[in-house]
Design a protein around this ligand. Sequence first.
Ligand SMILES: [Zn+2]
Ligand SMILES: [Zn+2]
Length: 264
Amino acid sequence: MGETDGMPKDAKYLFRLYMALKQYPEAARTAIIIAREEQNAGQYRNAHDVLFNMYEELRKEGIKVPVDMQNNLMILHSYMLVKQHARKGQHLIAARLLIRVANNISKFPSHIVPILTSTVIECQKAGLKTSAFSYATMLLRPEYKNQLDLKYKKKIEAIVRRPDKTEEEETTSPCPYCDFELTDMELSCPECKNQIPYCIATGVHLTKADMGACPKCDFPALYEAFTKFQSGDDSVCPMCSEKVAPGDVVRVQDITKYLNTNFD
Ligand SMILES: [Zn+2]
Ligand SMILES: [Zn+2]
């Protein structure tokens, strides 16, 4: 123990101990606590990696991953993807991911204003003007207004003063369980009520037609999107951080392994 990753040592020790004793529910609970502390301190990468490692360990042991843990990992992962898409000029994906993050803003207590600001900026760039307006309005509340970066203050006030209520409509794709068409970012099917796993490269829900997975961590993704994502300058998997070349992305024919099993 005692690595320099900022994790509280005793919680980490406890986690290892529970794992060694095969007390998996206790280990999972400890991991959630460690991740929450990291998250509250604004250490999102650490929190992500704690949950990811726990997830992998539980999966290896054939144990169901608690829904809480899956949700937290999904939201943190969505946040981690934002920067990479924004940098590549994929503003629509960045904006949609940020909307998901902003809807869970209480999980990012040390960066509420910067994240909401990024949401407004990316939504504006992506043509999601209605969303930009609603998050800009939120930022002008008294509790946030004084923390606004002066660089963006005028812009945000202008968005609220002259509301432009046009919004690019979100594309849809079929639910992999029941084929109901739902918007891409939706992870809960309104028709069959199933939770749908997300693509680790874009955050959208999986579809049967275009399935892939990381050859290292085996997390699922849309094949095309993941391959494209890996062709950038850094070709590490966004989930496990292992090197994955575009040609290494696994094509998945049978999606069932990635469905149901992961959720309670
Ligand atoms: Zn469905
Ligand atoms: Zn991976």
